[in-house]
Design a binder for this molecule. Sequence first.
Ligand SMILES: *Cc1c(COP(=O)(O)O)cnc(C)c1O
Length: 348
Amino acid sequence: MNPTKQHIASDNYSGICPSALEYLHRANDSGHDLPYGEDIWTAKASDKIREIFEKDDAEVFFVFNGTAANSLALASLCQSYHSVIAAETAHIETDECGAPEFFSNGSKILLAPSVNGKLSPAGIETLVTKRSDIHYPHPKVASVTQATELGTVYTADELKEVCSTAKKHKLKVHMDGSRFSNAVASTGLSPADLTWRCGVDVLCFGGAKNGMPLGEAVVFFQKELAEDFAYRCKQAGQLASKMRFISAPWLGILESGVWLENAKHANRQAEKLEAMLKKIPGITIMFPRQANSVFVQMPEPALQKLKDAGWRFYTFIGVGGARFMCPWDCSDQIINALAADIKNAIEG
Ligand SMILES: *Cc1c(COP(=O)(O)O)cnc(C)c1O
């Protein structure tokens, strides 16, 4: 039984972290302000993102969620007859209900086989060079997820290789950074070293899973790629009129450094959970654990026992198995209780 008030099925079951909440209140207490992102909080949060990424001319936009961030970013890089190359496990393919295709008016996602959730240079190469005729949806973007859907993290060298292969074929590079903070925490590298310095053109920087109430930042590292992006957001219903209530909490987690602290904590808890689960015979850890999730294979009856005991977890993500995802405020109590119940489920 889960004796806590937390969940470990996904990091979006979590609440709002104190710094985000504090700035939400500050923005509210400071009185009225301009709508549609013309306010002081949005300006400051955008500046802070430029500072953290060491990129003065980056363009920043705040949208409500990750599906919109990814879809609109991809749509801005593609014409309808273009295609986006992604790993077969990519969220844009499996969990966005066709939104990238919808918002781009038909740009097709081409899937590359992946190992541990990563898009490989060879995967890009194969799909780009497979055909060059008029009948094939012309590849225009390579999309990577950092950290990946399987809880692994690209090294800077891996990203550089992906990006240079993409650039060789004139593709832009999009990064789904729903858990970008966890990747920064995991690698110890700077945000710049994990993005534009490798060749990433646009990052969808995740907030919700990092302790924000909601809201993701779309960061274009090349100004010209952001042309007309504001219109795209508006048309898609993603331009918040009271934008400051998305951007102020962003400023809160960025100014305090909590965005990274939260991610470090989540990763650490997953590391502890992994260590406990590794000791249980009959359990297989499925992928190298590099961020805040642990994927395990265990006998079907044990999975059922865990479900009967009230644990929530997903088994449809990636390539099967049970995924346990540590949130920013993940307690020791929940991982201890989960590990104990898994042990019982397998042994009993
Ligand atoms: C959670 C998540 C998103 C964002 O999903 P929304 O529910 O639309 O906010 C995007 N990519 C990945 C890999 C995710 O895990």
